[in-house]
Unconditional design. Structure first.
Length: 102
């Protein structure tokens, strides 16, 4: 079951691991059914469950260990930018008089 997310964060590692384990378990269950069906299937039809029993473990491991594409880097609303306050406007001169600067 795939859940869409409103964020760009990747799925949690535990969720990814659970999904891979579920896929592997389903494939191995199909393999067991193939092996059991070898008992009553006859003729050329025997090749289908035999091929499933032989090749499913390989595909199960490859699919379970396949690297899933990540959602990318998380998008951030913006970086914190340090802002320096503007210099105060001072009408006084260096000697303390309130004369306008010329």
């Amino acid at each position: 079951m795939k859940h869409d997310s409103i964020t760009s964060l990747p799925h949690a590692p535990a969720d990814e691991r659970r999904g891979r384990m579920l896929e592997y378990t389903v494939m191995m269950s199909i393999r067991v059914l193939c092996i059991v069906s070898l008992i009553w299937v006859r003729g050329w039809w025997l090749l289908i469950p035999a091929a499933g029993a032989i090749f499913l473990p390989y595909f199960a491991v490859v699919i379970a260990n396949a690297v899933r594409p990540r959602a990318g880097d998380p998008l951030r609303p913006g970086a914190i930018v340090p802002v320096t306050p503007p210099a105060p406007i001072d009408d006084r001169t260096e000697d303390g008089d309130d004369k306008p600067a010329s």
